[in-house]
Design a protein. Structure first.
Length: 591
């Protein structure tokens, strides 16, 4: 029997904490988000716009990753792509000159391929009318390219007749060139259909004449050579990405932060913004926009709240219950939640080897502060002394803008799946309000997750396979290069003229982690984050119930109102009325 190979995974440390903690800048999520900036130019531009251009915006909380390192690689990826784009455009220009403008004949179909890409758009799925129109443009362009390729190959391998230069009867009467170089006449060789003339006219009458008359063997070989050089550039650009994935972005190479080329540059603006990002992204205080206070935490997952009246327990007799505060309740809740890190009481050696992401659960007191009113981004109260003032003030207040939460975070699947539960307790006027807002960050996009495989697959191709890969993408290289240059110019112009350095501070408009998230999760991942949320919710409600009981309050109403539903919802019942939160719940009155 062949023994199965078990893939490498991080091993338990033998300590009660379980798996060794990983610094966010070295996490797998950071590595693959950095790799994604080389794969997707739209994602890369969004990262640069949010973190580099709009310097007035506070960074969204970075749960399990380092946004500053992702930004550094996004800038490096853009610089490399700009260099390749300029090189490819220079090769196109030289090809036109070397072939005496004959190479312009492929500009029409290549332009159509670029237009088809713009028409299709980036929506998934795209509207049907966009899909159909893009399909027609794409295949028309491909058909024209095939026709031009056949014309060149026929001229190279014996289809050219030198008498065509004298406009002999082999190809009909073509007219003549005048002194100004213009061409008058009609006709053309049999192997160039009439519909070729449309794209030809887009690039000038000289190219159209060449298409109509056929190519000399020398000119045909020249066009093939120029196209081969362009394909070589496209292939070398992909080879560079494969080497980056095998080097500094490999799982082993990424752990050497000091040797990362993206970190070792002289960009003073990047260094200044990276220092600000690293202060903000993992702070215990979030400066937020009013429209999205939980930006960066992912999608909300069945948030709920419960309100009860605080009543003395009958067994107290004439004694009055102890006044309970928000801080006192959280003091009891926090250690109960932290106990989820402790493995099951089995044999000690086996318990320490348990792999469970709850072993890495993080519990933090967290404060949300509105961005309105801050004089500048640097005035956000991230220092310990300033934060403690806000924490103490927000803990016992029920303010609408500044709020205090207990943030409980579990980073599963190598920080690909991040589950965060925000818990808020408020007591006032003899009432207790418990608010629980779970959020889930889905795993990274499939193309980011498979970046290593994409690079490895390209390296595994044979030379003919790599050549074929590059040839397919060469016709669109000019249009892609123009887009790269245009986006870079637009971003630079936006940064230089926007005056964002002196603008009023603003909260995060986008989270680079949410931009990189997949639309959904796998069944395994859904099972995991539901387990995390339900385990945390159970400990939180148990802690609140214990705090109320120790203070001398009746917990019957609280126990009655919180019912775990099989579908994952929470039902809130009351003998005088009922409210149900979640789907497929049953509400009944037993009063």
């Amino acid at each position: 029997m062949t023994q199965a190979h078990v893939p490498h995974q991080a091993q338990a440390t033998g300590q009660p904490g379980g798996l060794p903690p990983v610094h966010p800048s070295l996490s797998e999520a950071t590595r693959l988000m950095a790799a994604g900036s080389y794969l997707d130019e739209e994602y890369r531009d969004a990262v640069i716009d949010e973190l580099y251009v709009h310097e007035e915006r506070v960074t969204a909380p970075s749960l399990g990753f380092d946004a500053a390192r992702v930004l550094a690689h996004a800038l490096r990826a853009r610089n490399l792509e700009i260099a390749w784009a300029l090189g490819i455009l220079v090769v196109w220009a030289l090809s036109v000159v070397v072939t005496r403008y004959a190479f312009l004949i492929v500009a029409g179909p290549c332009l159509l391929l670029g237009i088809a890409r713009l028409v299709r758009g980036t929506a998934r799925p795209a509207p049907w009318y966009r899909t159909v129109f893009a399909f027609i443009l794409r295949w028309w362009a491909r058909g024209l390219l095939v026709v031009f390729a056949v014309a060149v190959l026929v001229s190279v391998f014996g289809g050219y007749d030198s008498s065509s230069h004298n406009y002999s009867s082999n190809y009909g009467s073509y007219g003549s060139y005048g002194e100004a170089g213009g061409y008058s006449g009609t006709g053309g060789p049999d192997f160039v259909p009439s519909f070729v003339a449309g794209p030809g006219r887009l690039v000038g009458s000289g190219a159209l004449d060449l298409a109509s008359q056929g190519f000399s063997p020398g000119l045909g070989w020249g066009m093939l050579g120029c196209f081969a050089v362009l394909a070589l550039c496209v292939g070398l650009q992909r080879l560079q990405f494969a080497r980056i994935m095998a080097g500094e972005l490999s799982p082993e190479g990424f752990q050497d932060f000091a040797a990362d080329p993206a970190q070792n540059n002289d960009n003073g603006r990047l260094k200044r913004l990276a220092a600000m990002i690293r202060v903000e992204q993992h702070a215990r205080l979030a400066v937020y926009r009013a429209d999205a206070p939980f930006r960066g935490a992912g999608d909300p997952f069945e948030p709920w709240s419960v309100t009860i009246q605080l009543r003395p327990r009958k067994s107290l007799g004439d004694r009055r219950p102890t006044r309970v505060s928000n801080a006192e309740i959280l003091r009891i809740v926090e250690p109960l939640v932290a106990q989820l890190r402790i493995p099951a009481p089995t044999v000690a050696a086996e318990a320490l080897a348990v792999r469970d992401r709850l072993r890495q659960l993080e519990v933090t007191e967290y404060v949300f502060l509105p961005v309105e009113g801050l004089p500048s981004r640097t005035h956000a109260p991230y220092r310990d002394g300033d934060f403690e003032q806000h924490r103490a003030a927000a803990l016992e207040e029920g303010g609408e803008a500044r709020r205090h939460f207990l943030r409980i975070r579990v980073g599963g699947w190598e920080e690909h799946l991040v589950t965060t539960v925000f818990v808020r307790v408020h007591t006032q006027g003899g009432m207790l309000v418990l608010e629980i807002a779970p959020h889930v960050l889905p795993p990274l996009r499939e193309d980011f997750f498979r970046a290593d495989r994409a690079a490895h697959d390209f390296n595994c191709r044979t030379p003919p396979g790599k050549a074929a890969w590059a040839l397919v993408r060469t016709p669109g290289s000019a249009f892609r290069s123009l887009l790269v240059i245009g986006r870079a110019i637009g971003s630079t112009w936006h940064r230089l003229t926007g005056g964002y350095g002196r603008a009023l501070p603003d909260g995060p408009a986008r989270s680079v982690r949410e931009l990189a998230a997949a639309p959904d999760t796998s069944l395994f991942q859904a099972m995991d984050y539901r387990r995390y949320v339900k385990s945390i919710e159970d400990r939180v409600t148990s802690g609140v119930r214990s705090a109320l009981y120790e203070a001398g309050y009746d917990t019957g109403q609280f126990e009655q109102k919180i019912v775990n539903v099989a579908q994952g919802g929470v039902m809130i019942e009351n003998s005088r009325g009922a409210i149900s939160v979640g789907d497929h719940n049953t509400v009944r009155n037993e009063g």
